[in-house]
Design a protein around this ligand. Structure first.
Ligand code: PMP
Length: 404
């Protein structure tokens, strides 16, 4: 039987990256491809204790159907966590109340709910070029026309962004201001302030996707847009914030959250109800117990230390092994190096061809082109330093040099 699928599926295609991921099972391969945290860093003992506590103390809530908005003890703990500067860079509006956020099944679901509630076919949405691939696909599924705003080492170019907002009057602007995926870029404080000004000036909704904000290596990054909005009167009503425990604690728990203006939150909750009813109450109760037990500061310290070392080793190895054939900015947090083939020494500037050759040398990474909603830079590529340990990073970068 030939199935006739919904028209919306015509807007998206299986990503080229997924094809590449199939090769990652090849024995001996070193992968810089995925954004998976290193399982060695999961706080298994802490999560064990938290899940036992959830079962011992609140089984009726943890194993029962729950409210679509989220399990209240977790909403309370997330508010406390977000306010716990310097542990969390979010430091968000210390007065954030539990009812101002909903718990989502990963921040990915927050993005999907945003698409569902805000995007009609043909609506324009501004994203960064490059941006998170799953967001591109998700917004396209709802029929969005994506406009790409340029990004440099200081994040999105706010002057270009203003021109694009004025020209396209987008439904919203989607940004990853802190250690972008894939750009690794950190939006400067001045630009953050400018983004909030633009929100007010053009009455444009800004979406801040922030799964990496607490993964910084040196000094804490500038406050989140959500935190800054506390000092820019009126700006909160134009702001959506998506947070996640995936990168700092565990992606398998699927705990994310979304802060948004009340009407948006109400509609997103309604759509979530029809989709998954609620995020796993057991996962929520476990996460709440984990946060309550006060383990998060030590966990954050651990992941920051380990990833900082890996990022430093990878940066030094790229400089040593690949020299002027590759240009990059050393990331100050997050999980990714965003790099560009310069063509120096007559070497290729086609990152797709480079990725294929790299596989034959048993090292994998993803070419940058799919991360652009428009006008891809074919010389770019993304390397993750999350999954491989220091020795593997050294070896993997040597293999990259051989492939190039
Ligand atoms: N946003 C960005 C920028 C990401 O990189 C990711 C994970 N790769 C997500 C959202 C989704 O994360 P999760 O659903 O696990 O919270």
């Amino acid at each position: 039987m030939s199935l006739v699928f919904a028209d919306r599926l015509k807007n998206v295609e299986t990503s080229a990256i997924r094809e590449l991921f199939k090769l990652l099972g090849t024995p001996g391969i070193i992968s810089f491809a995925g954004g998976f945290p290193d399982p060695a860093m999961f706080d298994v003992e802490g999560i064990k204790q938290a899940s036992s506590k959830a079962l011992n103390e609140e089984a009726a809530g943890a194993l029962q159907y729950g409210a679509t908005e989220g399990y209240n003890p977790l909403r309370e703990q997330l508010c406390a966590f977000m306010s716990s500067k310097p542990d969390s860079h979010i430091g968000a509006a210390v007065n954030l109340r539990p009812e101002e956020l909903i718990v989502t099944t990963g921040s990915q679901q927050g993005l999907d709910l945003l698409g569902k509630t805000m995007i009609s076919p043909g609506d324009k949405v501004i994203v960064e070029g490059p941006t998170f691939l799953a967001t591109i696909q998700c917004f396209r599924l709802y029929g969005a026309e994506l406009i790409s705003a340029p990004v440099d080492a200081n994040g999105v170019d706010t002057e270009a962004l203003e021109l694009l907002i004025a020209e396209h009057k987008p439904k919203f602007v989607y940004l990853i201001p802190t250690f972008g995926n894939p750009s690794g870029a950190l939006l400067s404080l001045a630009r953050r302030q400018k983004v909030l000004e633009l929100a007010l000036k053009y009455r444009t909704l800004i979406v801040e996707d922030d799964p990496y904000g607490d993964l910084y290596f040196g000094a804490a990054p500038p406050p989140s847009l959500l935190a800054l909005s506390a000092s820019v009167p009126g700006s909160r009503e134009f702001l959506v914030y998506c947070g996640s425990l995936s990168k700092v604690l565990s992606p398998g728990l699927r705990i994310g959250w979304m802060v948004a203006p009340p009407q948006l939150l109400a509609n997103a909750t309604m759509c979530k109800q029809f989709s998954d009813a609620h995020t796993s109450t057991f996962a929520q109760a476990t996460a709440a117990q984990y946060l309550k037990a006060g383990r998060m500061p030590a966990t954050l310290q651990n992941v920051r230390t380990v990833y900082a070392e890996r990022a430093a080793v990878m940066g030094a190895a790229i400089t040593r092994e690949l020299g002027d054939a590759v240009a990059f900015t050393q990331p100050e947090g997050g999980l990714f190096f965003w790099a560009r083939l310069t063509g120096a020494g007559g070497k290729t500037v086609d990152a797709g061809a480079f990725a294929k050759k790299a596989i034959t040398e048993l090292v994998a990474f993803v070419p940058g082109a799919p991360f652009y909603a428009a006008n891809p830079d074919l010389a770019t590529f993304r390397l993750s330093f999350a999954t491989a340990d220091v020795a593997k990073i050294e070896e993997g970068v040597s293999r990259l040099a051989r492939a190039l």
